[in-house]
Design a protein around this ligand. Structure first.
Ligand SMILES: Cc1ncc(COP(=O)(O)O)c(C=O)c1O
Length: 376
């Protein structure tokens, strides 16, 4: 299957290990294994117990206790509606390979994580982009959706909260989108890897799987649990759909790492403690970037409502790829150019790193902006 270059991942691969101030990362500042284990006061010898674990393939569809815990993050979901995967990237691929066939009509709200439209395009579907605009706070325009949708539309794809904009579709608008999907008997697929990370002024929005019976969602331990190193994600959806995903998954996964699942279970069981730490960082760091944006005349944005990223508009005569490369080479500060999201003039900033890195990176960007004044 021929597929477009995954621009954001390609960008991360090129620069991530060289960055001094990494403001490109989308995970909430990662936990160490020691920090993770410290959340689990009920099993003091968790590592010791793991030493005697025979390393078989484990439970093929995912550790049942883990799936039970994950199901509690939704209102109307049971464990048999969940399948564990290799990160959300594995989950997204599985959903798209299971649902989309050549010739299908798919609508994807953009900008978003490229996987969500490049895989359907590579499969041979016709993909229409529903443009999320800054002047509409990056909210899906339902009237536009109604123009794009057709009786044969197979799938509508969202990412809520959104990477890169940090926009959050509220429940009322999700229900309007669901109404459009329902009228056309279309599936709704929402990548929800950032669900739960919202600053204090926003409210947690329900998963689409709790709102619509033809909905599928994906989640992961990478972002909101700060455990990208475990490479553990999941698909949640109707039980028969999960069964179809399972048939697909037999061809590329067999099972997820049982060690990852045991460690992941500690995080999911103690999710409220992990999220308290992470929401604290989201709130504190959002205040820092908001203050910075308000004092940087050449930078503007729609303030993020959730997630871990902000999409910044930069006034510059450089194109943003050139800007980001120069910034990286001269200061070691890493951002992602908007071209990775088909948007020129913008950069994506992942702002939930540790506070020192964020502050140093922002200072470097300010100095860099002064060094390269905009051409009038
Ligand atoms: C929207 C979105 N979905 C999925 C992923 C993949 O995440 P994971 O590490 O769980 O594979 C990312 C990673 O950046 C993402 O931003």
């Amino acid at each position: 299957m021929k597929i477009d270059l995954f621009k954001v991942e390609d960008w991360m691969n090129r620069y991530e290990t060289k960055a001094i101030h990494n403001l490109a990362e989308t995970c909430v500042h990662s936990l160490t294994l020691r920090e993770l284990l410290s959340y689990d006061t009920s099993t003091p010898n968790a590592l010791e117990k793991l030493m005697d674990q025979r390393l078989t393939y484990g439970d093929i569809t995912g550790n049942p206790v883990l799936k039970e815990e994950l199901s509690m993050m939704y209102n109307k979901v049971s464990a048999d509606q969940i399948l564990t995967t290799h990160g959300a990237i594995g989950a997204n691929q599985l959903v798209l390979l299971t649902l989309v066939e050549p010739g299908d009509h798919v609508i994807v709200a953009v900008p978003t994580y490229q996987q969500l439209y490049s895989i359907p395009e590579a499969i041979g579907a016709t993909v229409d982009r529903l443009e999320l605009k800054p002047e509409e706070d990056y909210q899906p325009n339902v009237e536009m959706l109604k123009v794009l949708v057709k009786p044969e539309t197979k799938l509508i794809v969202l990412n809520n909260p959104n990477n890169p904009t940090g926009a959050l579709i509220p429940e009322a608008l999700l229900l309007e989108i669901i109404q459009v999907a329902k009228e056309n008997n279309a599936w709704l697929f929402c990548d929800e890897v950032y669900r739960g990370m919202h600053p204090r002024e926003s409210k947690m929005v329900p998963s689409v799987v709790d709102l619509y019976d033809k909905a599928v969602a994906t989640g992961s331990l990478s972002k909101i649990f700060s455990l990208a190193g475990l490479r553990l994600g999941w698909v949640v959806g109707p039980a028969d759909f999960i069964q179809n995903c399972f048939h697909q998954r037999d061809y590329n996964t067999i099972s997820c790492s049982m060690v990852d699942e045991v460690l992941g279970l500690i995080a999911v069981k103690n999710r409220h403690k992990v999220w308290e730490r992470n929401l604290g960082m989201v709130n504190a760091n959002l205040e820092i970037i908001d203050n910075w944006v308000n004092h940087e005349p050449r930078v503007s944005y729609v303030k993020p409502k959730a997630g871990t990223t902000a999409f910044l508009k930069i006034d510059s005569n450089m194109n943003m790829e050139e800007f980001c490369i120069k910034l990286m080479e001269e200061t070691g500060t890493m951002l992602v150019p908007g071209s990775c999201f088909e948007r020129e003039g913008y950069v994506r900033m992942g702002y939930v790193c540790d506070e020192t890195t964020l502050k140093k990176g922002l200072n470097e960007i300010s100095t860099f902006l002064k060094k390269y004044p905009e051409i009038e």
